[in-house]
Design a binder for this molecule. Structure first.
Ligand SMILES: Nc1ncnc2c1ncn2[C@@H]1O[C@H](COP(=O)(O)OP(=O)(O)OP(=O)(O)O)[C@@H](O)[C@H]1O
Ligand SMILES: [Mg+2]
Length: 299
């Protein structure tokens, strides 16, 4: 079968030949009209074929990106899983050692700091595994104000070290939602860390806020940092897109996926020189769980 593009060029040559024949003997007008209409038809088909090909290429690209993200996330999850085991024995031995050292000895303080830091690493790994569903993220009824307070407590020491003020803006009434708390906490930590990294060395404020919006709730992570450049804005949710020397560029891509899996959406508003706010919208009413959520609940 002749391809549309070949047919188009064939008709174009026929039209040119017909115009050449016109020099020797008159050619009926309807022949011109027919050829012209056919040319137009094939030109339209050619155009629609090209658009379909472009769309297919874009879809393939998006699919490849998602697969890439999935692979990296699975690899990271297995590494996290393996790291957790030796950490347990280190924690155990530290506890044994601290029993034999008198509390007034300087080494007792070092051991305590090591134990606390290991506990923090262990919490981070557990949360990460919950998010990547290796250990199963369960749906729970959560008081959102409390979850924001706990997240703030986790971030407080990092904010203190950077000299950044961390504030909470909560509604008077309690707001309860059924969701996966581990995933939501991880997203808030990702967003707040980005906010602190954006403020960098200068002084600034990061605010975690909660708003009741009728059928949905809105959680905000707001910073007084430099904002996001218009050139970067369309790409910040793409996996591996980073403007940082040591960033992986996965924080926002993973956060967006987690929120969408919980039936919500993640949006951003930014003004250069003034700051950035990430808006996390979650539906109040139970949502049809995505396959992965359903699987982990059924386990
Ligand atoms: N609050 C913010 N203010 C300014 N820029 C931001 C903010 N949050 C995100 N960005 C921009 O979005 C990019 C992507 O963020 P993302 O969290 O996905 O990756 P990252 O922070 O660069 O790397 P990682 O999260 O792995 O450390 C960042 O490199 C940064 O340029
Ligand atoms: Mg980040």
């Amino acid at each position: 079968m002749l391809r549309i593009s070949k047919m188009f060029y064939f008709l174009l040559i026929a039209l040119m030949l017909l115009t050449g024949c016109q020099l020797y003997r008159p050619v009926p007008g309807y022949l011109y009209l027919c050829l012209f209409l056919l040319l137009l038809l094939f030109a339209l088909r050619l155009q629609s074929d090209r658009s379909a090909r472009i769309m297919q290429r874009e879809l393939e690209l998006a699919l490849r990106r998602t697969e890439q993200l999935e692979t990296v996330s699975q690899m990271a999850a297995s590494v996290a899983h393996e790291v957790r085991n030796p950490m347990t024995s280190v924690q155990g031995f530290l506890q044994l050692m601290s029993r034999d050292i008198p509390s007034e000895h300087a080494h007792a303080m070092y051991l305590k700091v090591m134990e606390e830091d290991l506990k923090r690493i262990s919490t981070i790994i557990t949360e990460y595994l919950n998010v990547s569903r290796i250990s199963g993220g369960m749906l729970e009824e959560v008081e959102l104000g409390e979850l924001l307070q706990n997240t703030c407590a986790l971030l407080q020491s990092e904010a203190n070290l950077r000299g950044i003020a961390l504030t909470l803006d909560l509604p008077a009434d309690s707001l309860r939602l059924t969701l996966e708390p581990g995933g939501l906490k991880q997203v808030l930590i990702n967003l707040a860390r980005n906010a602190m990294e954006a403020i960098g060395e200068s002084s600034g404020t990061v605010t975690l806020a909660l708003e009741d919006r009728g059928n949905t709730v809105c959680l905000k992570v707001k910073d007084t940092g430099p904002g996001i450049h218009a050139r970067d804005l369309p790409r910040i949710f793409n996996p591996f897109y980073t403007t940082k020397a040591t960033g992986t560029g996965l924080g926002l891509a993973i956060s967006k996926r987690i929120i969408e899996e919980q039936g919500g959406s993640l949006a951003v508003q930014t003004e250069e020189g003034k700051g950035t706010t990430f808006f996390l919208h979650l539906p109040k009413h139970p949502f049809p769980p995505s396959d992965s959520v359903r699987r982990s609940v059924e386990k």
